[in-house]
Design a protein around this ligand. Structure first.
Ligand code: NAP
Length: 307
């Protein structure tokens, strides 16, 4: 069984930055990732709030660059899924889909999964008009009508992307105002084919073989109305990917891994970075910063163990 100093779980901005900095500190580092490098940002067509890139950059370009940097620093990559992490003496044992990996220290940067609405029609029509990726599926909606659910950065960013393809985009938000960044709200005001329904929930996604619309409810009046649309895009927040940790580290009330300012969890030798950890700003720049902090803490932990 391969033994590493540090196992990084997840190859998003947090994990790849942690891997690059830890490898530069001289440790043998494995990055375990089930999908492609880059994490959530891989599907973002234009990142315009990463420091030092005033012209912005596509997320699908940034991911491979972060991976290249980590690989050049010496990090090794394992394309697999982590099923479980167990304490094993002073080390940790990672059970993968195919085999095991041992590490003295673990940096958990497995990110989050987009939450689903859980309304009738959502599951059967998944991939048949229901989506969570405007940059992947947006071109399929050229000239059609789309409904975007949510009021955060993701909903507005994806609605703006969709507005370049769809004939009309309706944002349905349960609240009375957006929680998204001012810059995105300002851009939305400039898009002439986007309209907004505040104080409105989606009760059902309609259609037989593909989406035909959504049954909306005005939360003030309780009145239902059907919105005709060929696509429904759901962006209602994130669920941290922590199941493989079991009870190994404490979580906060929102299911994120509780950490201190050094990204240390309740369990010595396990660090967490990125939007999986408590109080994360969930921005790319912040996740990269978490990665640096976690790498430095890993180095401190391993040096302490050696002394
Ligand atoms: P979010 O910020 O948690 O927003 C989720 C939105 O969905 C909220 O408006 C919320 O309504 C609504 N919502 C939650 N549960 C719902 C339900 N069951 N039914 C209907 N609506 C529901 O999630 P996000 O937009 O995915 O963003 C996640 C994190 O990533 C944030 O920290 C965000 O800043 C970051 N992010 C950053 C960028 C960027 O920097 N460009 C882009 C995307 C995401 P309420 O407002 O009423 O709670």
């Amino acid at each position: 069984m391969e033994k590493f100093d540090i196992a990084v779980i997840g190859a998003g901005a947090a994990g790849l930055t942690a891997a690059a900095f830890a490898a530069r500190d001289g440790w043998r580092v494995a990055v375990v990732e089930a999908m492609t490098a880059g994490g959530q940002v891989s599907n973002v067509d234009a990142i315009d709030n990463y420091p030092g890139l005033p012209a912005g950059t596509p997320g699908y370009e940034l991911g491979p660059l972060l991976q290249e940097q980590a690989a050049e620093a010496g990090a090794e990559f394992v394309l697999d899924t982590v099923l479980r992490v167990d304490g094993d003496g002073d080390d940790y044992l990672l059970a993968l889909s195919e085999g095991h990996l041992r590490a003295r220290c673990v940096i958990v940067a497995a990110g989050s999964t987009k939450r689903r609405l859980g309304v009738p029609g959502e599951d059967p029509l998944w991939g048949r008009g229901v989506s969570q990726c405007a940059s992947c599926d947006g071109p399929l909606f050229r000239g059609l009508r789309a409904c975007v659910v949510g009021g955060g950065d993701s909903a507005l960013q994806e609605a703006l992307h969709l507005s370049r393809h769809a004939s009309r985009v309706t944002i349905v938000h349960r609240g009375a105002s957006f929680r998204a960044q001012h810059a995105l709200v300002a851009k939305l005001h400039q898009a002439d084919n986007v309209d907004v329904r505040f104080n409105t929930t989606v009760e059902e996604i309609t259609g037989d073989s593909s989406v035909t619309g959504a049954r909306l409810r005005d939360t003030a009046t309780g009145v239902d109305q059907v919105l005709d649309a060929e696509g429904v895009f759901v962006f209602i927040g994130l669920r941290p990917n922590t199941a493989f940790l079991g009870q190994l580290a404490d979580l906060d009330g929102q299911g994120r891994i509780s950490v201190d300012a050094h990204m240390r969890t309740s369990r010595p030798g396990i660090l967490a970075a990125g939007d999986i950890r408590s109080d994360s700003a969930a921005m790319l720049a912040a996740s990269a910063g978490d990665g640096v902090t976690a790498a430095r803490s890993a180095t401190a932990y391993l040096r302490r163990r050696a002394s």
